[in-house]
Design a protein. Structure first.
Length: 71
């Protein structure tokens, strides 16, 4: 599962990097609104999902270990 959270984290970083390049050419009120209304909330959602995925991965690892010990 952590491989998936790493991919998601990398994708968000790539999006942010590309957005930063875009701002070199498009930096008006519409761009600022887009960042505020779409990118910033998306970054927050991605961070929370990565945290959740990592916690789920940890829990699944503990369950697998417990099953192996009892199986």
């Amino acid at each position: 599962m952590s491989a998936h959270s790493a991919r998601l984290q990398h994708a968000m970083k790539d999006l942010r990097d590309k957005w930063d390049v875009t701002l070199e050419y498009w930096d008006d009120q519409v761009a600022q609104d887009f960042e505020k209304n779409h990118l910033a909330p998306l970054e927050g959602l991605v961070k929370r999902n990565i945290t959740g995925m990592d916690k789920l991965s940890e829990a699944l690892g503990k369950i697998r270990k417990a099953c192996d010990e009892n199986g």
